[in-house]
Design a protein around this ligand. Structure first.
Ligand SMILES: Nc1ncnc2c1ncn2[C@@H]1O[C@H](COP(=O)(O)OP(=O)(O)OP(=O)(O)O)[C@@H](O)[C@H]1O
Ligand SMILES: O=P(O)(O)OC[C@@]1(O)O[C@H](CO)[C@@H](O)[C@@H]1O
Length: 304
């Protein structure tokens, strides 16, 4: 089973505002509510790509109930732990630019922390755990490391999509897939990653530190894939970006779905990039037919 873990889920409240004016009274002409948080996005996209997952993490209150209900409507299984506090609402303001305001996380007691770790201790080597998103401040800041150590002991594959300190602490632990964007990769090594060659060079450093697959996404500039034998570049398809929220998560979901269907790594990379772009080109996350339609616009080349 592929489990996704979202320690800090959200309702993503999307507000389209024609000409946003900071400090003024703005009126939105269109709003949407989506279940959000990076791991939840991965589960939602994988369900659309016909791969079963179970979404884990902490949830609560009326906002948590909305998320669970939305996932059930989309046939996404979940096993969240109830915090009895409202899950946050993240505001995504879309005008000429995209502005995001993400809420803080809930208080998570030591008992609830242990409950999640106990669940992970039941996983076997056939399982994969996707750790995605920020770690709420009430959790020890090495909580992902603790989870990864349990996984290493039991040969469970770990996928990580996080940034900053949480990402830094994971480096050196055995990981199946890491998907930093080029800014996150640069921040990790204190450099600017502004070309596919640099993405490949610094991505290789992650491979040297026990990561099996690395995808470096570079927004509209393409993406780079590295493993111990390959360094590949993919262009991104042409299209109008309507929503970048969840695009990175869709890359992870697309790659994992294709690997679960025994695609080659090159094919899975292409599928991941197509999924990311398919999400970027619409309001919510991509559907399978959107991904299929973009595949032929993506060419993969070797990076020398
Ligand atoms: N301008 C664009 N044109 C086509 N596809 C895009 C564009 N911007 C982003 N994408 C798609 O979204 C994927 C992820 O984008 P990005 O590198 O911005 O990741 P990220 O920063 O992790 O995303 P997120 O906004 O979800 O945090 C890209 O690999 C690509 O497939
Ligand atoms: O605050 P975090 O956990 O870093 O990010 C949360 C978030 O911005 O990430 C997802 C998009 O990747 C959204 O669904 C969600 O609102």
């Amino acid at each position: 089973m592929i489990y996704t873990c979202t320690l800090n889920p959200s309702i993503d409240y999307i507000m389209n505002v024609e000409e946003f004016e900071a400090g003024g009274l703005n009126r939105s002409n269109q709003t949407f509510y989506y279940p959000g948080g990076k791991g939840i996005n991965v589960s939602r996209v994988m369900a659309r790509l016909e791969v079963t997952t179970e979404a884990l993490g902490y949830i609560g209150g009326f906002t948590g109930a909305f998320i669970k209900e939305s996932l059930e409507k989309e046939s996404v299984s979940h096993g969240f732990i109830d915090t009895s506090q409202n899950t946050r609402v993240n505001v995504k303001l879309k005008s000429d630019e995209e502005t995001e305001i993400n809420g803080p996380g809930p208080e998570i007691s030591a008992k609830l922390q242990e409950e999640l770790l106990m669940k992970i201790r039941t996983f076997t080597e056939k399982d994969t755990l996707v750790l995605a998103g920020s770690v709420p401040s009430s959790l020890p800041n090495d909580f992902y490391v603790t989870m990864t150590e349990i996984c290493a002991k039991n040969k469970i594959k770990v996928v990580a999509d996080t940034s900053g300190k949480a990402l830094e602490q994971l480096i050196g632990h055995p990981l199946y897939l890491l998907k930093p964007n080029h800014h996150e990769l640069g921040e990790l090594f204190g450099v600017t990653v502004d070309s596919k060659e640099k993405a490949a060079e610094y991505g290789q450093k992650l491979i040297d530190k026990n990561v099996e697959h690395v995808i470096v996404s570079m927004g509209g500039e393409g993406a780079v894939y590295i493993n111990k034998d390959q360094k590949l570049f993919a262009n991104v398809p042409q299209g109008k970006v309507r929503n970048s929220v969840g695009a990175g998560d869709s890359v992870v979901a697309g790659f994992l779905s294709a690997m679960a269907k025994e695609e080659t790594t090159e094919g899975a990379f292409r599928y991941g990039v197509a999924s990311g772009s398919a999400t970027a080109f619409q309001d919510d996350l991509c559907q399978q037919e959107d991904v299929q339609a973009l595949l032929e616009q993506i060419s993969i080349s070797e990076i020398k």
